[in-house]
Design a protein around this ligand. Structure first.
Ligand code: ADP
Length: 267
């Protein structure tokens, strides 16, 4: 299939390097007179063609992890590598370029531009990156997400699930090395969520995409190859070939342990 051959656009990095690697990544925020340690030394390597879910109790550092891994935020110390290239010390301009061409994003709130057509939304990352707008690829991606007939509509004319499918097509148009999804099903009903998760799975299986998804939903996480669990800024557990029940059980164990520590500290 044409898309499969074209992607991921890694210029040979695929064989030699993980898609994303974090080395001893720490991120602290100053709050009042003290520091909040959102990430306390995270090490991981995610291969190309993998689908990883990241879970953890509220405040465990999931958003901070995603922001650092995706080059939206810089670690306080440590390194983030995209296809073997260190990105954590790049200038803002270089990071912006890199995010436009080598990273795809899908957010809970879709973030489509209401005044553009569906097809124009899908083409937007290429337009912003100053690349040739590949209308044929946009149409092919829209067909893949089941919206081949909707290219001329406006996002407001589509359901939430359809809008998220447009967002997935948009995230894939630049054939990014990694697609980051932040609670992509958080605003969707169960059935629509399943469709969107199936599309992310399909992007990995049939298009060779690499997906990293933050979610609080064990059913969503079970679509991934591997679930990583964060607690208090550290990777504390992981689960391969996850099923919803085991994921939910691990989350209960983790949340109870974290809450127990707080209760212990307060006593
Ligand atoms: P999660 O996504 O798992 O809920 P976050 O990454 O949002 O966790 O937050 C981890 C910790 O870092 C929390 O204690 C949070 O309050 C803190 N934090 C996150 N962002 C900031 C910020 N901009 N300023 C100060 N503290 C922050």
């Amino acid at each position: 299939m044409a898309l499969r051959r074209e992607r991921p656009r890694t210029d040979g990095r695929e064989a030699a390097h993980p898609a994303i690697e974090l080395r001893a990544v720490r991120r602290s925020y100053a709050r009042g007179g003290s520091a909040v340690h959102a990430l306390r030394g995270v090490d991981l390597a995610l291969p190309y063609g993998s689908f990883t879910a990241v879970m953890g109790p509220s405040g465990s550092g999931k958003s901070t992890f995603l922001q650092c891994a995706a080059g939206l935020d810089k670690p306080t110390s440590g390194e983030v590598l995209l296809g073997g290239e260190e990105i954590s010390r790049l200038s803002e301009n270089r990071l912006t370029q890199l995010r436009r061409s080598r990273i795809g994003f899908v957010f809970q709130s879709f973030n489509l531009l209401p005044s553009l057509s569906v097809q124009q939304n899908v083409l937007l990352p290429q337009r912003l990156a100053g690349e040739r707008q590949d209308r044929r690829l946009a149409k092919e991606l829209l067909a893949r997400v089941g919206l081949g007939e909707h290219g001329n509509r406006r996002p407001g004319q589509l359901s939430g699930g359809q809008q998220q499918r447009v967002a997935i097509a948009r995230a894939l148009i630049t054939q990014p090395e990694v697609l980051f999804a932040d609670e992509p099903t958080g605003a969707l009903d169960t059935r629509t969520a399943q469709e969107v998760l199936g599309l992310l799975r399909q992007a990995v299986d049939s298009m060779g995409a690499t997906v990293v998804m933050v979610t609080h939903d064990p059913v969503a996480a079970s679509h991934a190859d591997r679930v990583l669990f964060l607690a208090e800024g550290e990777l504390v557990d992981e689960l391969a070939d996850p099923d919803p029940r085991t994921v939910a059980e691990r989350m209960v164990t983790l949340t109870t342990a974290v809450n127990g520590r707080y209760a212990g500290a307060a006593a």
